[in-house]
Design a binder for this molecule. Structure first.
Ligand SMILES: Nc1ncnc2c1ncn2[C@@H]1O[C@H](COP(=O)(O)OP(=O)(O)OP(=O)(O)O)[C@@H](O)[C@H]1O
Ligand SMILES: [Mg+2]
Length: 224
């Protein structure tokens, strides 16, 4: 099951990537075609320039087709909804991570209100959300600390808060932007993916943070 989840996760990342790379490629193709037609209009007949532009158009076209093919392999972003208990999902999502967290000096606290209402959600995708947010939290506490998962209900919503007491989110960075990362070896795809899954559930995500004091990410989902 873990392998399936890992593959689905990679597939979604690949789909986001293919989508974002597709936009500039379409733009570049359009510009090149524009230059080519200007060449014709202005009767530019330098053979090396013309063949350069034709070559570039051919290559960009090829990249576009490759991308299209790649996108058709990526899994559809459809939700497999079921009425579920968020506490159970959070516990299951972190069961395997706990050992590594403890070894890294991280204490994990669960603080869920009693008798939280059920939420209609895609279990595997919400686990991805929880895992990504917890992974970020743990990475923000290189010297250990406390990871807290809090759950409560408010105005028709169930709220899940994931907090750490780590370094805090840098002030001047839009962390939900694709490929935005401050980590060596980070991809900057974690939060865009999280945001995509949460909005597919018609939910919201935001965060508050203080430099040096940690961060809290808050996911709100409508309950049943
Ligand atoms: N809990 C947090 N505390 C401090 N900064 C955070 C936290 N969560 C996210 N960030 C900031 O947001 C950036 C983007 O996060 P995101 O999960 O999208 O990518 P990443 O973690 O850098 O890379 P990847 O998820 O691929 O490992 C991070 O690089 C970090 O600067
Ligand atoms: Mg991340």
């Amino acid at each position: 099951m873990q392998e399936t989840e890992r593959l689905a996760f990679l597939g979604t990342r690949a789909a986001v990537f293919a989508h974002e790379v597709g936009n500039p490629i379409a733009g570049i193709l359009l510009s090149l075609k524009c230059v080519e037609s200007q060449f014709k209009k202005q009767e530019v007949n330098d053979p090396s320039l013309i063949s350069m532009i034709r070559g570039a158009i051919g290559e960009i076209d090829r990249l576009g087709s490759l991308l299209k093919e790649f996108r058709s392999l990526a899994p559809e972003q459809t939700l497999d909804l079921e009425c579920t208990d968020l506490v159970k999902i959070a516990e299951e999502a972190l069961a395997l991570e706990m050992i590594a967290y403890r070894a890294a000096g991280i204490t994990v606290k669960f603080a869920f209100e009693d008798a939280l209402p059920l939420v209609r959600l895609d279990t595997a995708k919400i686990k991805q959300v929880i895992l990504n947010l917890c992974k970020n939290a743990v990475e923000a506490m290189p010297n250990g600390g406390c990871l807290t998962l809090k759950g409560y209900r408010t105005r028709g919503m169930v709220v899940l808060e994931i907090s750490d007491d780590g370094v805090g989110v840098p002030d001047d960075v839009n962390i939900f932007e694709l490929f935005k990362t401050t980590k060596r070896g980070g991809t900057g795809l974690g939060l865009p993916l999280v945001q995509q899954i949460v909005s597919a559930h018609n939910g919201t995500i935001d965060y508050r943070s203080e430099p040096g004091r940690g961060a809290t990410f808050k996911v709100s989902l409508a309950h049943v």
